[in-house]
Design a protein around this ligand. Sequence first.
Ligand SMILES: Cc1cc2nc3c(=O)[nH]c(=O)nc-3n(C[C@H](O)[C@H](O)[C@H](O)COP(=O)(O)OP(=O)(O)OC[C@H]3O[C@@H](n4cnc5c(N)ncnc54)[C@H](O)[C@@H]3O)c2cc1C
Ligand SMILES: NC(=O)c1ccc[n+]([C@@H]2O[C@H](COP(=O)([O-])OP(=O)(O)OC[C@H]3O[C@@H](n4cnc5c(N)ncnc54)[C@H](O)[C@@H]3O)[C@@H](O)[C@H]2O)c1
Length: 478
Amino acid sequence: MKTIKADIVIIGAGSGGLSLAAGAAQMGAHVVLFEGSAMGGDCLNSGCVPSKALLAAGKAAHNAHSKANFGVHVADTKIDFAAAKDYVDTVIGTIAPHDSVARFTSLGVTVISEFARFKTAHIVVSDTYEVTAKYIVIATGSTASVPPISGLDSVPYYTNETIFTDHDKPDHLVIIGGGPIGIEMAQAHCRLGVKVTIIEALAVMARDDQELVSILKNQLINEGVTIIEGAGVTKITQTTNSVAQNNENINVQLADGQVLHASHLLVAAGRRPALERLDLDAAGIKHNRAGIITDERLRANKKHIFAIGDVAGRQQFTHIAGYHAGIVIRNILFKLPAKIDDKAIPWVTYCDPELAHVGLTTDEAHARFGADRIRVLKAPLSGNDRAIAESRTEGMVKVITHKKGHILGASILAPNAGEMILAWAVAITAGQKIGTMASVIAPYPTYGDASKRAAGSFFTDKLFSPRMRRIVQFLMKF
Ligand SMILES: Cc1cc2nc3c(=O)[nH]c(=O)nc-3n(C[C@H](O)[C@H](O)[C@H](O)COP(=O)(O)OP(=O)(O)OC[C@H]3O[C@@H](n4cnc5c(N)ncnc54)[C@H](O)[C@@H]3O)c2cc1C
Ligand SMILES: NC(=O)c1ccc[n+]([C@@H]2O[C@H](COP(=O)([O-])OP(=O)(O)OC[C@H]3O[C@@H](n4cnc5c(N)ncnc54)[C@H](O)[C@@H]3O)[C@@H](O)[C@H]2O)c1
């Protein structure tokens, strides 16, 4: 057993662990980083990167098919599903060196490619190392949560960890769960020629603005995705291939008695924190079903132990893991009592059109301020010249403000909503009122102009009122 003394031990080299390791080591701390699997974690290997690459392949196929209204006729579009998966591998391979052991070693981080667990509250061990550290940061992420459906354990199914590595094209992909993973994978596969059905126990994309979600749902249904909501799966069985049509030999029974036949299943029913290898009891660290219990400084019940990213039981996004890393750097390296601030957290689901959000949702704003103290501003893309020129009028910018003009939240459904939401994230972070966005000079013609238009509608009633008309008519006398 080799022994090391370190300033900071980080367990997990995903988005959170890597950001923290790179920052802390380059600022002079002695950092030991444990990773038991692939460097880069979920985001690089089985999350953001492969899903966005597959969506890009799907978008290329879709655009090749749907150009007739532009007067462009594309003959004989052929989709090579395996080649699309090769493309996904290439994208991962291109980014991988950035997250590699070699790069982090060159930054001064001691990387140990083994799973780690607590021996005591100050000592972390793996198969061949024992590291004593002043601070320990748990960044072990999350894994797919597999619901206890009768028969599921006796049939093959994909999770995010396996779906990107299989290069065979499914005939009929049935997806259990209509959250961001389910929606993104449904559209990517459908556009690459796969028959897709989503089964969602409650409502799809429940965390997002439901008016925008319903437009998105129509878009997906028009493209060929079948969406079944409010339907629990009660039982799953498998028949022998010889009696199944189109390889649809997995039978998915729903609570209403309906039975669907799938060739492949994807379980996308949420996440559970990756705690099982850590032996948290050895360090007396408190946790619950969501993850490590932390305070606003991301400290566990032992104040020298922190948790960041998915395992911290808060929002589960790569940019949040990176944000957490910054909070922990300020706490550990600079001894500042930095706390997380939830006011302007953005998220984007990268279907086409993209669905983006930042700040409070309409429901949250209602609950916090009451319906009579908030305003909802809308700019449908049907009134946006760029969207009309590109035949992409299906979306909308929707903004929630306090009645005094403070911006509380924004949701956008648009082709590049993920880029557009940044302006609203900046405005909310900076505590700006809606007048700032209304007075911005937006380049024409852009989708961003719809943000300005939504903001401007805050003032429409006052600007075009009888009172204003009387004032202007009076002033025109001079
Ligand atoms: C399909 C999919 C698509 C996604 N798309 C997006 C997106 O577009 N945008 C976005 O912001 N987010 C997206 N996410 C979420 C994002 O991937 C996660 O929020 C992010 O990866 C969390 O980073 P993390 O560092 O907390 O954990 P992870 O990236 O999961 O990294 C944790 C690491 O810890 C390692 N580990 C675990 N236990 C131990 C141990 N005991 N010892 C040593 N190592 C250990 C694991 O092997 C892993 O490498 C997506 C997720 C999925 C599944
Ligand atoms: N673009 C992005 O940023 C992006 C993309 C993918 C994932 N992610 C992250 O990963 C997380 C996990 O994504 P997810 O989609 O797995 O989880 P999720 O929790 O967001 O959605 C899971 C869905 O599955 C449903 N469900 C659960 N059990 C079910 C069952 N037995 N039958 C039918 N439906 C069931 C739930 O009602 C829910 O709607 C997200 O919350 C997000 O934080 C982000």
